[in-house]
Write a protein that binds this ligand. Structure first.
Ligand SMILES: NC(=O)C1=CN([C@@H]2O[C@H](COP(=O)(O)OP(=O)(O)OC[C@H]3O[C@@H](n4cnc5c(N)ncnc54)[C@H](OP(=O)(O)O)[C@@H]3O)[C@@H](O)[C@H]2O)C=CC1
Ligand SMILES: Cc1cn([C@H]2C[C@H](O)[C@@H](COP(=O)(O)OP(=O)(O)O[C@H]3O[C@@H](C)C(=O)[C@@H](O)[C@H]3O)O2)c(=O)[nH]c1=O
Ligand SMILES: [Mg+2]
Length: 295
């Protein structure tokens, strides 16, 4: 299997380099090798690499900046997956792509399933939904993994931001009315590799391609997540300027940002677990593992 991997220095791309290696030859690229905002550059890359599988964790992920950089975010998040899809359909390749909880408006009670209708409230969410739809419309064999609140040892994320702020400030305020599942980049990479392993063994017409929600087990609020990070850092002996009690709960209205975030980001993973016989560990176990690496 020849696997083209984009975004090799991103949180998920970095973990995928490790996880995909046993499946075949991995050709990993970054923005310098191919600018995903440029469709011709993508076509040239595919002509050169001739992959059987394209794995695309690269994306425009700056949620607030996207509100004022709509065109660029749309080219990378909405356009590139369509180009990958069109080319893959022509070449008989598989496209593996990642999307987000931010395609939902967050007003549902309970976890969102793949059958729930997206209604993104941010530019980032809208461009990610456009990417899903472009890939689906291409007719290429594809897998789309929708995930949420990604963290890893490599790259930037909320947990690392909390560690940095807790070392600088004697108080922190974090929204307590948005709920979701922090999901480790390593879990995303490992599940991707498991599913691609199935595809390698038994891929073909009957393979269950399509859209899957993929998040860690359980859920929390950003506030409780921040407190968990601070508590773990303190018990690992890290010197911080505050304790978990000094991470105060606030509402979304108390923390105005350019982009609107869903208050309910919970994703139901039933389809993925049933189809591939997988277990998804709780978010705390992935966090413990990453904090051990960072601290
Ligand atoms: N982070 C999160 O919390 C969540 C992420 N997702 C989705 O999961 C996937 C992986 O996210 P994650 O690993 O966290 O993202 P990161 O932001 O860590 O990495 C994204 C990568 O995309 C690359 N990239 C950005 N613009 C371009 C471009 N024009 N051409 C080529 N490469 C580009 C970046 O390269 P460079 O560093 O050089 O800019 C970076 O390596 C994405 O599809 C994201 O939408 C879904 C839910 C939550
Ligand atoms: C730094 C900070 C953030 N917050 C809030 C703002 C926001 O509601 C929430 C999370 O903030 P962030 O900006 O780090 O997270 P955000 O960039 O919105 O994270 C999202 O990224 C994209 C890529 C996704 O796909 C989503 O799944 C999600 O992970 O925490 C506080 O309340 N206090 C703080 O000190
Ligand atoms: Mg962010």
């Amino acid at each position: 299997m020849r696997i083209l991997l984009t975004g090799k220095n991103g949180q998920v791309g970095f973990e995928l380099q490790r996880a995909l290696a046993p499946l075949g030859e991995v050709i990993a690229v970054d923005q310098h090798d191919c600018d995903l905002a440029n469709p011709d550059a993508i076509r040239q890359l595919l002509a050169r690499v001739q992959p059987n599988v394209i794995v695309n964790p690269a994306a425009y992920t700056a949620v607030d900046r996207a509100e004022s950089e709509r065109e660029l975010a749309l080219a990378i998040n909405g356009g590139a997956p369509g180009v990958f899809g069109d080319e893959a359909a022509r070449r008989g390749a598989l496209v593996v792509h990642y999307s987000t909880d931010y395609v939902f408006d967050g007003v549902k009670d309970g976890a969102y399933s793949e059958n729930d209708v997206p209604n993104p409230q941010s530019v980032y969410g809208k461009t990610k939904l456009a990417g899903e739809q472009a890939l689906q419309a291409s007719g290429a064999d594809h897998l789309i993994f929708r995930t949420s609140w990604v963290f890893g040892a490599h790259g930037g994320n909320f947990a690392k931001t909390m560690l940095r702020l807790a070392a600088e400030r004697d108080g922190l305020k974090v929204v307590a009315d948005q709920f979701g599942a922090p999901t480790s980049a390593a879990l995303l990479a490992d599940v991707t590799a498991q599913v691609l392993g199935c595809y390698k063994r038994e891929g073909g017409a009957g393979f269950p391609f399509g859209l899957y929600h993929l998040v860690a087990g359980g859920y929390t609020s950003w506030h409780e997540y921040a407190q968990t990070v601070v508590r773990a850092a303190l018990s690992a002996g890290k010197s911080l300027k505050l304790t978990a009690d000094q991470v105060l709960p606030i509402t979304t209205a108390d923390y105005p940002l350019p982009a609107s975030r869903p208050s309910n980001s919970r994703l139901d993973t039933h389809r993925l677990r049933q189809t591939f016989g997988l277990e998804l560990p709780v978010w705390q176990s992935g966090l413990d593992h990453v904090l051990q690496q960072i601290l």
